[in-house]
Design a protein around this ligand. Sequence first.
Ligand SMILES: CC(C)(COP(=O)(O)OP(=O)(O)OC[C@H]1O[C@@H](n2cnc3c(N)ncnc32)[C@H](O)[C@@H]1OP(=O)(O)O)[C@@H](O)C(=O)NCCC(=O)NCCS
Length: 141
Amino acid sequence: MNEQTNTTIAKSAVSQTTLHSFMVFPEDLNYAGTLFGGKVLAEMDRAAAKAARRLLYGTPCDGSVTVSLDKVDFVSPAHLGDFIELTATLKKLGRTSIEIHVYVSKEDTTGAIAKICEGTFVFVSLKDGKPYPHNCFFSTN
Ligand SMILES: CC(C)(COP(=O)(O)OP(=O)(O)OC[C@H]1O[C@@H](n2cnc3c(N)ncnc32)[C@H](O)[C@@H]1OP(=O)(O)O)[C@@H](O)C(=O)NCCC(=O)NCCS
């Protein structure tokens, strides 16, 4: 794939957000009866992985892995039947690193929406299992 194609992908990624969602089922609850935090973290990682994979389409890289996740504060609980919405947004592109912010909210059975948490993930682009430059960058226009 040529340089121009990669540049085009990176430019279009500036304002692009990746959406991901799920409904809270009984197996997602902790013993307090609210959504298990580990489930939320796993879904955040999936949302970020989706954004990273889309960025890498058309590049020489064959995948990416999570290398880092910053502090996550859970500010409100979610309950059985809530819709959990995750929005992943590309924030920063390094040589092989891809920084992605994930915002998580809930929509309860009355339609009320509230923030659950947010966090920033760093992924590393790979080829044959080793870090490999993704050659993507944001336009300065
Ligand atoms: C990700 C992995 C391949 C990186 O290997 P590495 O030898 O540390 O790679 P490098 O030192 O070349 O760093 C690669 C990039 O990651 C960045 N990076 C490495 N560790 C980081 C961290 N803790 N936080 C943020 N960025 C980090 C580097 O700054 C570099 O970015 P750049 O290329 O944009 O400058 C390796 O650490 C690994 O396999 N980790 C396990 C990943 C995994 O299995 N994740 C799933 C959860 S278990």
